[in-house]
Design a protein around this ligand. Sequence first.
Ligand SMILES: Nc1ncnc2c1ncn2[C@@H]1O[C@H](COP(=O)(O)OP(=O)(O)OP(=O)(O)O)[C@@H](O)[C@H]1O
Ligand SMILES: [Mg+2]
Length: 296
Amino acid sequence: MTPTLRSGTAAAVMSSKGGVGKSTISLGLAETIACETPLTVLLIDADPQGSLTAMMDLENDTPRTDRITLVSLLSAALNPSEAAAMEYLIASGVGAGGSDIDDAGRLDILPVGTGLIELERQLTRSGRDADLLRAVRHLLDALRETYDLILVDCSPGLYLSTESWLQACDYQLAPIKADKISLSALDLVLDFRRACPGGTLSSWLGIVVNSYQENDAANAILGKLQTFTDLKMFSTIVPATMALQRLAIHHGDRRSYHAKYPGASGEALRQLSKEFLARMTARSASALTMTRVSQA
Ligand SMILES: Nc1ncnc2c1ncn2[C@@H]1O[C@H](COP(=O)(O)OP(=O)(O)OP(=O)(O)O)[C@@H](O)[C@H]1O
Ligand SMILES: [Mg+2]
């Protein structure tokens, strides 16, 4: 891979359907890109559920308990008098590693921390919704100075913070499963994007079919998705594999990239990473004009 990505590029991995592989694809892409390219990568867990934080065992493992979290950074970014604190926290090493791959030296993972929903609620109650978007932008801009690529693992719910990431990031990548329910959920994302103020959303990078198991029904849905050229489906299809399913189980020992992503899992992720970087490098993403998938 020889990417010439604009430094500080940020992509939100988001789709409104739960359990389609947003966290799996985020982690797989981040670790693959960190291992296969010279790019410095930050992976942000922006989901209050903290799946990625749990997958990487970052929530309660000493000495990681005093780790910087997304909530602590956002709290600092929300308070103008703490701007220096945010800069200091970032300079002191945001995610400081976090991967259990022994050769993923240029990857940092930022755990979510506790209290993201409460933070959102407080802001909404006091009519400060716009402040969260400002804080996310402010934080992201500071992080862009430090990393070549920032991946944001978003929550499935259309929370205020998810909307903020979708507005602040450059691109949106939407994992999807090749099943009927996922198609309906894709419509929700399209509705959501349409309802957002024009011109302020991240560019649509495309959908990536994940957890694919070949059968007639899944093949038919794949065929249908391919006909919607606006969706920009990635040609890489990520198969359902044991190795990818096991990402949810933290592996205590450090291991090589190939041990973590053997065979078809690693092949798919390396191919997807190439496509992902190529699309962002070409800045080929564009506005999404289509409105409906499930009833077409
Ligand atoms: N390609 C795959 N092969 C096998 N299992 C997979 C694959 N992708 C994801 N999974 C499994 O599917 C489940 C959901 O994946 P994941 O947590 O990544 O989805 P998500 O979209 O982030 O979920 P949420 O909406 O809750 O954030 C997990 O148990 C994960 O291990
Ligand atoms: Mg997730």
